[in-house]
Write a protein that binds this ligand. Structure first.
Ligand code: TXA
Ligand code: MG
Length: 323
């Protein structure tokens, strides 16, 4: 049985004893362990049923620690870290030899970020080692944005969920790699591409769900089938028309700002009445978790505007349809 608690000292005790603990971040909850403990890291992979080739993100408490983890910091990586940390940007950089291969899936690069959550920042400051933390969900299911989501997944397999409330950003960090010292987006996420471009100029997106490499696990980033509710999900720019194609089904609908009027809808969630993409992103996974418990035949999700966090939301919704 796991305990859900705000007790940072208890989390420190467990992590120091090479146990794993679920921790809050501003994006999603992570399943954390000491990066230098083979026992803890193996346990993260086993608990998530995640393949070992899929590398983990290293969480540090401040930008000052970056040079202890990575060998080379391109100028634009430094600019991004200064602009956005603590915050939802992960940088993939050449790793130092001290970083275990188990963390990086054998790659010579490591993903690293400073999360922006007061509880986890205090935890990281008090620990003597960084934390590896993938999202605290079984491989390819919806990421958790509350302590309760984590508990539902792992109550029988982990000892503690450090409770930091609901995640404020609600989708994973934006992951940026470097090729010839130039930044490339490997995963769209909670930091909008436009915000990144104001700091470092134009950046290309690689391995988004629509790109050809999305299914190659070796390509940095992630697999196309990800973040999937168990319920069949479709994404559309016309919810009403799509409803008509599924007569006599129990339908759940997920929309951005305005409710759809239709008697065929069993449950409907509006993500932001005011049309805020930030608010919609913060509520997205909770809505998918909720819809997934309602024994629906189908979830119909509305496409978001293709800019800012709308791009990241569309990326996750597209992945959710690949189930
Ligand atoms: O917001 C987040 O990033 C959350 C919180 C907990 O920090 N973490 C998270 O971790 O989303 P995870 O493991 O679910 O996703 C990490 C992604 C994976 O798709 C992995 O392939 C990629 O980061 N990644 C990690 N190390 C990498 C590397 N060296 N090169 C390329 N991609 C890497
Ligand atoms: Mg994940």
């Amino acid at each position: 049985m796991s305990i859900i608690s705000k007790d940072i000292s208890k989390a420190i005790q467990l992590l120091t004893a090479e146990d794993i603990v679920a921790i809050p971040t501003e994006t999603v909850y992570g399943l954390a362990g000491n990066i230098y403990s083979e026992k803890a890291i193996t346990s993260i992979f086993e608990t998530k049923k995640r393949p070992f080739f899929n590398p983990l993100i290293v969480h540090i408490s401040s930008i000052d620690e970056l040079s202890t983890i990575v060998d080379h910091i391109p100028v634009k990586a430094q600019l991004l870290a200064e602009a956005f940390w603590p915050g939802p940007i992960t940088l993939v950089l050449k790793k130092k030899a001290i970083i275990p291969d188990l963390i990086t899936g054998g790659k010579d690069t490591v993903a690293v970020r400073v999360p922006n959550h007061p509880t986890t920042l205090e935890l990281l400051r008090r620990l003597e080692f960084p934390l590896a933390a993938p999202s605290a969900n079984p491989f390819s299911s919806i990421s958790p944005t509350t302590a309760q989501h984590v508990d539902t997944y792992f109550k029988d397999t982990i000892k503690m969920v450090l409770d930091g409330g609901a995640c404020t950003s609600g989708i994973e960090s934006t992951i940026i790699g470097f090729e010839n010292d130039e930044p490339i987006i490997y995963r769209l996420g909670s930091t909008a591409i436009e915000a990144i471009e104001t700091v470092v100029g134009h950046v290309d997106i690689k391995n988004s769900v629509k790109s050809e490499t999305a299914d190659i696990p070796d390509a940095p980033g992630m697999l196309a089938r990800h973040y999937a509710p168990k319920t069949k999900t479709v994404l559309t720019d016309n919810v009403l028309e799509t409803i008509k194609r599924y007569p006599n089904k129990r339908i759940g609908v997920l929309v951005f700002t305005s409710k759809i009027e239709s008697t065929s809808i069993k449950t409907q969630i509006v993500l932001s009445k005011l049309g805020s993409l930030e608010e919609a992103a913060s509520k997205l996974y909770n809505a998918l978790h909720q819809l997934d418990t309602e024994h629906l035949d189908l979830i119909i999700a509305e496409e978001f505007p293709d800019f800012g966090l709308g791009k990241s939301i569309n990326d996750r919704l597209t992945r959710a349809t690949k189930n």
